[in-house]
Design a protein around this ligand. Structure first.
Ligand SMILES: C[S@@+](CC[C@H](N)C(=O)[O-])C[C@H]1O[C@@H](n2cnc3c(N)ncnc32)[C@H](O)[C@@H]1O
Length: 215
């Protein structure tokens, strides 16, 4: 499953039995879908949900329950702390025991890219110093939250690749998924520029050559 499918550049080429695409604004046409079926037969079984991930998880519970547990969920939707945390917590309900959640944009390259905003357009309109068009927002706070709240139940690492790939694995499946408001508020107050020197520890940063160890 991919949350935030955009043009489908990561989604369509991927080879696996069944795939789910979720995005309120798909940037591909029916013709693109047909062409991708011919290029990769796995795309015959795709399911598409053109809606926000919050609405998808709210409205399509029956679909998800019937679909069966999901082995890989790639979260790359709205780049805010709240939205990415919702995506991660909702994903944990449907991930298979040995599955992985991979979250994009957990290690912003600089302060402008880490600016909390409600959307890419909002971030762009802020005329930020050092703005390069790259926007990870404060998705990194979701990693901090998951590490702190679920230290005993989840294995959380961040791969130092492609804006930071959070890798979340279940160690046991017995935990509550309610948002801890006090923890959420505390982490919301954290500022990128004040914690960059602690990122190694906060995000459990790992280099690409350590990937096999993580898995
Ligand atoms: C950075 S793009 C995703 C790129 C894509 N994953 C790829 O690898 O090519 C972010 C996408 O998230 C989508 N998005 C924005 N808000 C969303 C939300 N609330 N729920 C799900 N997707 C959302 C946008 O429409 C956009 O297509």
């Amino acid at each position: 499953m991919e949350i935030g499918t955009f043009h489908g550049r990561s989604f369509f080429p991927l080879k696996c039995k069944s795939k789910i695409a979720v995005d309120p604004d798909f940037r591909f046409s029916d013709k693109d879908k047909r062409e991708w079926k011919l290029k990769n037969l796995c795309n015959f079984r795709n399911r598409y949900f053109e809606k926000t991930s919050d609405n998808f998880f709210k409205e399509d519970k029956d679909f998800l329950n019937n679909f069966g547990k999901i082995d890989l969920i790639f979260i790359d939707g709205l780049h805010t702390f709240r939205a990415s945390l919702n995506d991660a917590l909702n994903s944990l309900k449907y991930i298979s025991v040995c599955g992985f959640i991979v979250m994009h944009d957990c290690y912003p390259p600089h302060k402008a890219a880490a600016t909390p905003a409600s959307s890419l357009d909002d971030a762009e309109e802020m005329n930020l110093d050092g703005w390069t068009g790259e926007w990870c927002g404060d998705v990194w706070k979701t990693i901090v939250y998951l590490k702190e709240k679920y230290g005993n139940s989840l294995k959380v690492n961040t791969l130092n690749a492609d804006y930071g790939l959070g890798i979340i694995q279940m160690e046991n499946s017995n935990f509550d998924l309610e948002i801890d408001q006090e923890l959420f508020d505390r982490i919301t107050q954290m500022k990128y520029e004040e914690v960059t020197d602690k990122f190694n520890e906060l995000l459990n940063l790992k280099e690409v050559n350590e990937l096999e160890l993580i898995l």
